[in-house]
Write a protein of this length. Structure first.
Length: 61
């Protein structure tokens, strides 16, 4: 109870997907110097949209 659900516009979800895809492509071309510090794909990603935090990755937006 007390959980607030915010709907994210389709365009914003697509923008976030393209950013994730571009980062994955960049990392495949230029591997990080320290692979141990690489963030795992299943770890939540937190974005801020208009001052509202959005959790993404394995969880509902």
């Amino acid at each position: 109870m007390g959980e607030v659900i915010q709907f994210i516009p389709k365009a914003e979800r697509e923008r976030l997907r393209l950013i994730r895809e571009a980062r994955a492509h960049y990392d495949s071309v230029f591997p990080p110097a320290n692979p141990a510090s690489k963030q795992h794909d299943n770890a939540p990603i937190v974005h801020s949209v208009n001052g509202t935090r959005i959790h993404q990755g394995g969880e509902l937006l």
